[in-house]
Design a protein around this ligand. Sequence first.
Ligand SMILES: [Zn+2]
Length: 244
Amino acid sequence: MTEHIKEQIGYLVKLQEVDRRFFNLTKKLDKIPSTLEELENGLKAFEEQVNRESGTLDELKKKYRELDALIQQNDAQIKKSKEKLGLVKNNKEYQAILKEIEEIRVRKSEIEDSQIEILDDIEKAEKQIKSGKVELERFSKETGVQKMSVLKENEEIQGVLAELSRDRTGLVGNVDPDFLKKYEKVKNIVGILAIVRVVDLLCLGCHVNLPPQRYNELQRLDSLQYCPNCHRIIYWEKDKDGSE
Ligand SMILES: [Zn+2]
């Protein structure tokens, strides 16, 4: 009986190690879709930013053209006013038209000042877009490399999981069905750490000391034992250095 229990505990510990690795790798695998999504969203946000800047540039150019049209209107008005000058009958009218022409010129000059400011903004926007596009290109390449690496990791994890599944099938073949059932039951309740060592009197699952009497039972190895505190399967083995 003792040897049988010892052997079975050995299998359960190995099984738990396989299950633990499987669990951790599955957790890693579960994060991959969101990692890929984050990478794609980052790139999309960058592209949108460059597009927004291009939109701003288009707006500036449009505004510049509108001011051009206004200047032409003003020129036409000035021309018309000048024609009127030749037809005036008295000095008062003449002065009034001169004043009108002057006012139009002032407006035209203000519009031209605005155009100069817009040209300055256009130049700045063009520079920004140019460097933005260079940066976007670099970022896009970098994101591509990161995505490839994540996909490669995904593939590697899938491979290891398949290997672990095979290992588990092999191990399970050795485990007494009754012990396996007990292990699975505890695992379902307490999680991945279902079988733990006891060192001195300490349960390594919950770090609470066992009553000394339980420790003796544990050392006898005549049945599967449970921690009275955390209900994990517990086992005792001689320390590697030989002390007990
Ligand atoms: Zn415990």
